[in-house]
Design a protein around this ligand. Structure first.
Ligand SMILES: [Fe+2]
Length: 407
């Protein structure tokens, strides 16, 4: 479901609308779940040649692109959404050459307006790479074979490269083909280390590197520094956040170690790699400005989990604004009874720093979703504005800020 908050001079409005994927339409018609989800297997799922695409809920992120919004899953095609009505315009499988194929929820917009993305096919061990023109046409695809490919959720681009960090997780193909959900099919594989793939944007050549075994969901940013690629990402040393987090669905959550902001350096052209923790706070959902993508940057927002948060409460309770050059950090603590969601950097001041942080969260006491706006010059003072819905929304993953709906 796409949730939209519209902020105008007269107030804040909320609209939600389901993405009418093939899965959604079939299951609405049948009145029950038919196709397996990311973490839920359906025993009698009907045979279909496009087994994975049949499970596409288009529910991880949404981006404005090519005069549409694209609602994105990561193992199937993007779905185009009408920016005005939020109605579903249809699958945009043309960027996948009209074949069922994975397409991640974290594409990156290059400075020339083209969109880079990737997709992981764990059945055939293929890393798909996509380049899409600013008007939404496929202008290049590449298939890289990667032995025992990992479930890569996010990546980074620099001026000349695509940067992939592979968590030390592999997919048990037999379990997946045997009907297990994707989450059930993943296994911790520390012997693989954390593989690094640096792919040339111009010729597709690959430089390989390796870091100590670890896991990640999200990459903050990457850039080129002389003969190095530098990449900031949220690293966890073990797989508990990927493999053990699903107990929350049974109401049995116990928090284990989370991720922390880490900076890796990969030397070119030999691929030798090293890394250091930038901060030691349990954190996730790093966001940077689109204008900072692929270059040295300062402004980073993320969510943190304070050490005092009760271990049986999932999620994040603090927003942090970090200077990625100095490590300086300012925070706002929402409180234990809060599930903070991704916040975004919005606006720009005369010194080119962003002005606002905007994001949502779930107030567990009131059972209400709240949209907050922070002035980044005084984050510690708390939100300068909040819009409280008279109901709770399902927790979301990623959002985007659009300055004007009708450009
Ligand atoms: Fe994500």
């Amino acid at each position: 479901m796409v949730q939209r908050f519209t902020l105008t001079e007269t107030g804040v409005a909320h609209h939600g609308r389901y993405v009418e994927t093939a899965k959604y339409l079939a299951e609405e018609s049948a009145g029950r779940m038919i196709f397996s989800g990311f973490g839920t297997a359906v025993d009698d799922m009907p045979p279909t040649p496009a087994r994975i695409e049949a499970s596409n809920p288009a529910n991880i992120s949404i981006i404005p692109f090519a005069r549409e919004y694209w609602a994105l899953w990561e193992a199937g095609a993007p779905y185009a959404i009408d920016p005005v009505t939020l109605s579903t315009l249809g699958s945009r499988s043309s960027v996948l050459n009209d074949q069922p194929a994975p397409f991640s929820a974290h594409p990156k917009l290059a400075r020339d307006g083209t969109l880079w993305n990737f997709g992981v096919d764990p059945i055939d061990d293929v890393l798909h790479i996509y380049r899409i023109s600013a008007d939404g046409r496929s202008i290049g695809t590449q298939r890289l074979h990667v032995d025992h490919i990992a479930p890569i959720h996010d990546f980074a681009i620099t001026e000349r490269y695509l940067v992939f960090l592979l968590p030390a997780i592999t997919c048990n193909r037999d379990r997946l083909m045997g009907g297990a959900s994707f989450a059930e099919s993943c296994q911790w594989s520390p012997q693989m280390g954390m593989r690094v793939l640096i792919v040339s944007q111009s010729d597709g050549s690959v430089i390989e590197g390796r870091l100590p075994a670890g896991c990640l969901f999200h990459v903050a940013n990457a850039w080129e520094d002389k003969a190095q690629v530098v990449v900031d990402y949220m690293r966890s040393a073990d797989p508990s956040s990927l493999l053990a987090g699903w107990s929350v669905m049974a109401g049995e959550y116990r928090h284990r170690r989370g991720a922390a902001l880490t900076r890796a350096r990969i030397a070119l052209p030999d691929g030798s790699a090293s890394q250091e923790a930038l901060l030691n706070h349990d954190a996730e959902f790093p966001t940077v400005r689109a204008s900072d993508t692929g270059k040295v940057y300062r402004h980073l927002l993320c969510l943190e989990r304070t050490q005092s948060r009760p271990q049986d409460v999932p999620g994040y309770d603090q927003l942090a604004y970090i200077d990625a050059q100095t490590g300086d950090r300012r925070v706002h603590h929402f409180g234990d009874a809060w599930l903070a969601e991704e916040h975004l950097l919005v606006g720009e001041m005369e010194n080119s720093a962003p002005r606002w942080a905007v994001g949502s969260g779930l107030d567990l006491n009131a059972k209400q979703t709240v949209l907050s706006v922070f002035d980044l010059r005084s984050l510690e003072a708390g939100p300068v504005a909040q819009a409280r819905l008279p109901y709770a929304l399902p927790l979301g993953l990623h959002g985007t800020f659009v300055p004007v709906v009708f450009p």
